[in-house]
Design a protein around this ligand. Sequence first.
Ligand code: ADP
Length: 165
Amino acid sequence: MRAIYAGSFSPPTLGHLDIIRRAAALFDEVVVAVLSQSEKTYLFSLEKRREMLARVTGELPNVRVVADTGMLVELARRVGADVILRGIRDASDLPLEMQMATANRSIGGLDTVFLVCSPSYSLLSSSIVRDCARHGAPIEGMVPAQIVNDIYAACAKAPDSKRSV
Ligand code: ADP
């Protein structure tokens, strides 16, 4: 079975990677889909987000990363996904996730599978990472080590002079 795990990933966090790793053990293939919605602006370009995710999932053989600007159900059909995968942090994620799952099932005929995130990542979000990096606060426990410098570079603020940006 093939799952598509979609999101903005701006930037990818250890919470996202935890969901991807656990899904890779459950499904034959996980397609990670980096999406851009036309009305939103992102700190990281679509290609940069795709490249960072490809780097941090490089050692997972049944994970591939794609980027797209269209509708998730259309992309899911193109990549042959059987289910949509989403991560749930806490109950406050549920109303929107249930709305999206219902819409995707009615327009695309695709079910959504939810994985509950690991407790250590339940308060972690891409926006918290961006805020910390902008103010030069440490983000090492929040994102994969391979992309720490990319995030500080994008936020144009390094917390110490040793960091290359
Ligand atoms: P979106 O803007 O589409 O919600 P995100 O990049 O914020 O995209 O999240 C992508 C997916 O990852 C969503 O299913 C979201 O609930 C989940 N997610 C976000 N943060 C975490 C986290 N800390 N732990 C586990 N899952 C998460």
